[in-house]
Design a protein around this ligand. Structure first.
Ligand SMILES: Nc1ncnc2c1ncn2[C@@H]1O[C@H](COP(=O)(O)OP(=O)(O)OP(=O)(O)O)[C@@H](O)[C@H]1O
Ligand SMILES: [Mg+2]
Length: 264
């Protein structure tokens, strides 16, 4: 399937925001011709993606479309067969994963884990290891401002928290490294609708602090409402990108991908 329609491409019209451009000018994350997978097999193919600074980019698509593989590829956790990745203009293609954190890239993977026997504060502290120690206290204050619930529970074992609270710990831990770019893989998976809204609100709060967010999300309909740009992946290929609200209004996207929130 190939993408068609006015939404695709670098000059897609923006709705409600003059700040966040889809164009590649000054992109914080630039992916060019990325083909990657596991072993010798390509899962994602010929992906081009430009994410502007301070953008919230939502990646949606059917199960197995390669959404997680795309995020993992940015983190050098797949086999890259072709293409380049630049972050803040620097070529980071193939850099070892731990080297990306000090550059300003943090991630919460789909199979996220908190350390259940460690307290909330200790879990957050793990996230500072890659950041300059002088910043740890400031980052903790910022995380507690964003997540007052966590401050109240900072001495409690993370394993005793609800799924939504554990998700906040995982998000908070990623923020402790003071990232410029946050990669999130299905942060609302398994959460109640109330927590889902809270996590989306938090993502907008996080963006307000100057962080760019690239997020894979299965709750496509809700997520696209907060997206500056939505990208649909199908079968490992880019299908269409556009402003979140524009994608929601697009009949083809609605019919094919937003029926029940999960595309078939
Ligand atoms: N570690 C791996 N080794 C081999 N194949 C893998 C691996 N991880 C994923 N795959 C395969 O890659 C394809 C894409 O998987 P991926 O996890 O990227 O999809 P996804 O879009 O994130 O799906 P979901 O919505 O279910 O999370 C699937 O066919 C999957 O079986
Ligand atoms: Mg996935």
């Amino acid at each position: 399937m190939s993408a068609t329609g006015s939404l695709q491409g670098a000059n897609a019209p923006r709705v409600g925001s003059a700040v966040h451009a889809v164009t590649s000018v000054g992109a914080i994350l630039e992916i060019r011709g990325l083909t990657a997978g596991y072993g010798g097999a390509a899962i994602i193919e010929a992906i081009d993606m430009d994410v502007a600074p301070n953008e919230v980019r939502i990646i949606v698509g059917p199960n197995g479309a390669g959404k997680s593989t795309l995020l993992k590829s940015v983190l050098s956790m797949t086999t890259r067969l072709a293409g380049t990745i630049r972050f803040k203009g620097q070529d980071i293609t193939g850099l070892p994963t731990p080297a990306l954190v000090p550059l300003g890239i943090a991630a919460v993977p789909q199979t996220r884990n908190v350390f259940p026997s460690l307290s909330v504060a200790e879990n957050l502290d793990v996230g500072t290891y890659a950041a300059p120690r002088a910043d740890a206290r400031r980052m903790l204050e910022r995380v507690f401002e964003l997540f007052p619930d966590l401050k109240a529970k900072r001495k409690q074992a993370a394993g005793e928290l609800s799924g939504g609270q554990r998700q906040m710990v995982a998000l908070g831990r990623a923020l402790m490294s003071d990232p410029a770019l946050l990669l999130l893989d299905e942060p609302t998976a398994g959460l109640s609708p109330v927590y889902l809204e809270r996590i989306f609100d938090l993502i907008l709060d996080i963006r307000q602090t100057g962080v760019t967010v690239v997020m894979v999300e299965q709750n496509a309909r809700q997520a696209l409402r907060i997206a500056d740009v939505g990208t649909v992946l199908v079968g490992g290929r880019h299908y269409i990108s556009g402003h979140g609200q524009a994608l929601l209004a697009n009949d083809d996207v609605r019919r094919s991908f937003l029926g029940g929130g999960v595309a078939a």
